[in-house]
Ligand binder design. Structure first.
Ligand code: HEC
Ligand code: HEC
Length: 330
């Protein structure tokens, strides 16, 4: 009888936690489920493969450094031949939760996205044909592709497919805030709890919601007051051609936001407190007190999850057939 009562209480406690989690606008990030480890491993090799760039020096990891929260921590990226990139590099962590990829959503998913930087003259500066020739020139890659894709021959389609499969594993579960959502009320402190309440009450959550605390919609940067920037990016307007979409960007994820400075698409703000105050001002027309800002930042810092544990891949050596790197020319 005593046992039964304890059990009933335990079940009631678990279910109050699960209904709390279910009713909140921010959802838990589950751990990655890996169904095809061989494809993920191949994708990881390609993510770290600098020979997919003209210089033989720039890999996806150069600008989405997995030691640095999946970003390069620069205002805008450095591309081929030291070219200044046009926009801040968003994190690859939890990117799959985005409704589309890029600040303006011009790629529909991770696979479509992955083809972009390889052939972008300002990023990796290569071409898809050369990328395929490069990978095909190494027997170890040929064997891996044959085993994963069950065909001989390597295509850009398979290369981007494998990279996307790896990126899907780059999730960051078990943040203190997730533990709080699942019922561990001591997982975050009182300031963070107050900050979360403010995040909801002030209206941040209207745009930053879902598992990634963002990525679910496009919204105007400078909804209430204009955002001043020298960066020429026009956001969704570049995709739809509509004037109404000028300065409309994908709402970025706030997961791991403590790690993904500097902030905004122009990378103009280094301090999270300043980013929070700017948002309150130009998106909501509100001024926060110093205490409110501090609480909000404490909450945001509780969104830092377990970072992917990466064993650095060892890449196969080049062969005489591997195209030579061209590091110092446009
Ligand atoms: C030279 C730096 C650079 C390199 C190299 C690079 N990226 Fe990016 N990446 C960026 C920048 C900058 C953006 C944002 C561009 C935009 O939105 O217009 C971006 C955007 C992305 C996004 C979209 C994230 C989001 O939330 O919208 C993903 C995913 C991504 N890159 C993955 C990759 C992969 C995979 C590779 C390797 C094939 C790669 N990147 C190589 C700089 C780089
Ligand atoms: C109307 C929608 C909207 C509201 C409300 C809103 N945001 Fe944002 N937020 C965005 C968009 C869009 C961006 C990207 C803007 C850009 O860089 O051009 C952004 C960017 C951010 C960034 C920088 C992320 C990065 O990686 O660069 C932070 C931090 C942030 N928001 C926090 C907040 C906080 C805190 C609030 C509430 C005070 C809030 N936001 C309210 C839409 C919104």
């Amino acid at each position: 009888m005593i046992k039964l009562t304890t059990l009933t209480i335990a079940i009631a406690a678990i279910c109050s936690a699960c209904s709390f989690a279910a009713s909140e606008p921010i959802k838990i990030i589950p751990a990655a489920v890996i169904t095809n480890p061989e494809k993920v491993e191949l994708g990881k090799m390609l993510f770290f493969e600098p020979r997919l760039s003209k210089s033989g020096f720039i890999s996806c990891n150069s600008c989405h450094n997995l030691s640095l929260g999946g970003v390069d921590a620069l205002p805008t990226s450095i591309g081929h031949n030291w070219q200044q990139g046009p926009i801040n590099s968003p994190t690859v962590l939890n990117a799959e939760y985005g409704l589309a990829q890029f600040w303006d959503g011009r790629a529909k998913d991770l696979k479509e996205q992955a083809g972009g930087p390889i052939a972008n003259p300002k990023e990796m500066g290569f071409s898809h044909d050369l990328a395929v020739d490069t990978i095909r020139s190494m027997p170890a890659y040929q064997a891996r592709f044959a085993s994963v894709y069950k065909t001989n021959g390597i295509s850009i389609d398979a290369i981007t497919d494998a990279i996307a499969e790896f990126e899907k594993t780059l999730v960051t579960p078990n943040a203190p805030f997730d533990k709080y959502l699942t019922g561990d009320k001591s997982a975050i402190n009182a300031d963070a709890i107050a900050g979360y309440q403010l995040f909801k009450d002030k209206g941040c959550v209207r745009c930053h919601n879902g598992p990634a605390v963002g990525g679910t919609m496009y919204m105007k940067m400078g909804l209430v007051k204009p955002f001043h920037t020298k960066n020429p990016a026009e956001g969704r307007k570049g995709v739809t051609g509509k004037e109404a979409d000028k300065f409309v960007f994908k709402v970025p994820t706030l997961r791991n936001i403590e790690l993904t400075y500097p902030y905004f698409h122009d990378g103009s703000v280094w301090d999270l407190a300043e980013a929070v105050n700017t948002m309150a001002d130009i998106q909501l027309g509100q001024a926060l007190t110093a205490t409110e800002t501090k609480q909000m930042v404490t909450f945001l810092n509780s969104l830092t999850g377990e970072q992917p544990q990466i064993v650095l891949p060892i890449l196969p050596p080049s062969t005489p057939n591997t195209p030579k790197p061209v590091p110092f020319a446009d």
